[in-house]
Structure formats: structure tokens, C-alpha cells
Write a protein that binds this ligand. Structure first.
Ligand SMILES: NC(=O)c1ccc[n+]([C@@H]2O[C@H](COP(=O)([O-])OP(=O)(O)OC[C@H]3O[C@@H](n4cnc5c(N)ncnc54)[C@H](OP(=O)(O)O)[C@@H]3O)[C@@H](O)[C@H]2O)c1
Length: 266
């Protein structure tokens, strides 16, 4: 599979690296276009792929054209690529908020997959939600699924609205988790634990709890009750979290991210 990347930043590199790791393509079959010369040099040296600053030149070499630029650069790139794509080329966009309709109109091209990965993709532990236009063939869906699957899990959805929702949950989700980790480490230091020990305790608690949740097959509520003895220490902590409206706050945060994603797409 020949792949052209428009944008070789953090997510572009995560995808490129996963594709090569999983042997889905070879460095000779990959070209990356990026306006940043440092990024081009880095990708060329590290992965041996062809690099260019010319987006039109890059797409010549792709069965799949991955759009991995920031939303604010999309209009310029679409103007540049409008009418340049062959109908059999698959465009795979990971741009937050960029609607399929916007991409099809802006590129004058109807064979489009829109996906939302997340940053753990950089270590093959991401999750992507994706959808495709009617023009995308089964073979191309297979390509999209395997490219996204190379970065972790992938979930195909029929309805594009789920991509905006996933953006607010799994796309932004790592930031929510990291904020919680930071807060727990700070709280641990505050009560007197050495910082390195606090970090180790929190990280392993996060990993262990995630795996426990996954492997036990139990609901989070049930697992939470298992550690919450009546009148005990955990109950005391959870009471404080709820006094601070923790559950409601998470709901509001996700709603705000969802609204913002929808506004990005307008
Ligand atoms: N990071 C995430 O968690 C995440 C998750 C899911 C999806 N996404 C989406 O993934 C996309 C890429 O994000 P990222 O974090 O990888 O961004 P990034 O690191 O900024 O990468 C984008 C790259 O594209 C380059 N670029 C800008 N304009 C260009 C143009 N006209 N032609 C070619 N290259 C151009 C940028 O160069 P300059 O730096 O010089 O501008 C940069 O090297 C975004 O649309 C984002 O919404 C990100």
C-alpha cells in the first residue's frame, strides 16, 4: 500500500511508525509532505521515507492520502489539493472537527474516511473511531481499518456524529486522565509521600485499575464498591469528590469538548 502523509507532526509520525512496525507498507512506498524542514529531516533520517514540502507532489504517490495537519491549516491544504486527487485515492483524515462534507467539498473528492485517534497511538495503545463515505470500497475500508488498527484499537461507525462524540471522550480523554494523575500525585506529596514514590504509586494504580476493569469484566461501580467499606477511608475521599461535584464536572467537561468539536466543524 502506497501512503502519502500531508503533515508529519506528532500524529502523522505515530501513524507512520505504526504502519512500518506492523509491516503494512515499506519506507519506499511512503512519502511525507510537511512545511517544517526539521520534521522532514527527522522523518527522513528516522524512517527512510521520502519527504517533500510540496503537498501536490506527495499525493501523486499515494493509494491512501493521510491528512494529519492542524484544523487551522486545512482550508489552505484543501485549496491546494482541490481537483488533484484521483477518484481511486482514499483520503484518510484525522483532523479534529473536520466534517466529511467539508472535506469532500473542499477537495472535490468523495472517497473519504474520517477518523479520530488519540495520543496513546504513539505507543500502539490508542483507540480510533472512524467512518467512511459510500464511495470507499471494501478494500479501502480494510486499509483504513488496518492503518488505524496498527496504532491500537479501532471502531468503525456508520454515523459521523459518533466521531465528534469520540473526540470529546477518547480524543481529549488522555488529557483528562493526565490531569487526574497530576492531581493525585500532588495530593500524595501534600500528605507527605516522597514525589518519586507518589508517582510510582499513582501510575501503577492507574495501570492496575485499568487492567483490572478490563480483565474482571465487572462494572466500574461494582469495583468501586469493593474498595469502599462503609465508614471507611475510601468513602471519606469519595464524599469529598462528590461534594466538589466530580461526576457533574466530568459531564460538563465532556459536553464542553463535544460542543467545541461541533463548532469546529461548522
Ligand atoms: N494530538 C492529538 O491528540 C490528536 C488526536 C487525534 C487527532 N488529532 C488531529 O491530528 C492532526 C495533527 O495533529 P498533530 O498533533 O500531529 O499536529 P502537529 O504536530 O502540529 O503536526 C502537523 C504538521 O503539519 C505541518 N503543516 C502545517 N501546515 C502544513 C501544510 N500546509 N502542508 C504540510 N504540512 C503542514 C506542521 O508544520 P508546522 O508545525 O510548521 O505548522 C506540523 O509539522 C490535527 O488535525 C489534530 O486535530 C490530534
Amino acid at each position: 500500500m502506497k501512503i502519502a502523509f500531508i503533515g508529519g507532526g506528532v500524529m502523522g509520525e505515530a501513524m507512520l511508525s505504526a504502519i512500518l512496525d506492523k509491516g503494512l507498507s515499506s519506507p519506499q512506498a511512503i512519502s511525507v509532505s510537511d512545511i517544517d524542514e526539521t520534521r522532514r529531516q527527522h522523518l527522513e533520517q528516522k524512517y527512510g521515507v521520502a519527504v517533500t514540502s510540496d503537498n501536490r507532489q506527495a499525493i501523486n504517490r499515494g493509494d491512501v492520502v493521510v491528512l494529519a495537519i492542524k484544523p487551522q491549516n486545512l482550508a489552505g491544504v484543501m485549496a491546494e489539493l482541490n481537483g488533484q486527487l484521483k477518484s481511486a485515492q482514499l483520503v484518510l483524515s484525522i483532523i479534529a472537527g473536520a466534517r466529511i462534507n467539508t472535506l469532500c467539498l473542499g477537495l472535490n473528492h468523495n472517497c473519504v474516511v474520517r477518523a479520530m485517534p488519540n495520543t496513546p497511538a504513539q505507543i500502539g495503545e490508542g483507540i480510533s473511531v472512524w467512518t467512511a463515505t459510500a464511495e470507499v470500497t471494501e478494500q479501502q475500508k480494510g486499509w483504513a481499518g488496518s492503518v488505524l488498527g496498527a496504532m491500537g484499537k479501532e471502531i468503525y461507525v456508520d454515523d459521523e456524529k459518533y466521531i465528534d462524540m469520540a473526540t470529546a471522550v477518547s480524543g481529549s480523554g488522555p488529557a483528562y486522565i493526565f490531569l487526574f494523575v497530576e492531581s493525585l500525585v500532588e495530593a500524595a506529596v501534600h500528605i507527605g509521600l516522597p514525589r518519586d514514590m507518589a508517582q510510582e504509586l499513582v501510575l501503577q494504580t492507574l495501570l492496575g485499575s485499568g487492567h483490572f476493569l478490563q480483565k474482571s469484566g465487572k462494572e466500574p461501580l461494582e469495583l468501586r464498591r469493593m474498595v469502599t467499606s462503609p465508614g471507611g477511608t475510601t468513602a471519606e475521599a469519595l464524599l469529598q469528590l462528590e461534594k466538589g461535584k466530580f461526576t457533574e464536572l466530568v459531564k460538563q467537561a465532556v459536553e464542553a469538548a463535544y460542543d467545541k468539536t461541533k463548532r469546529l466543524g461548522e
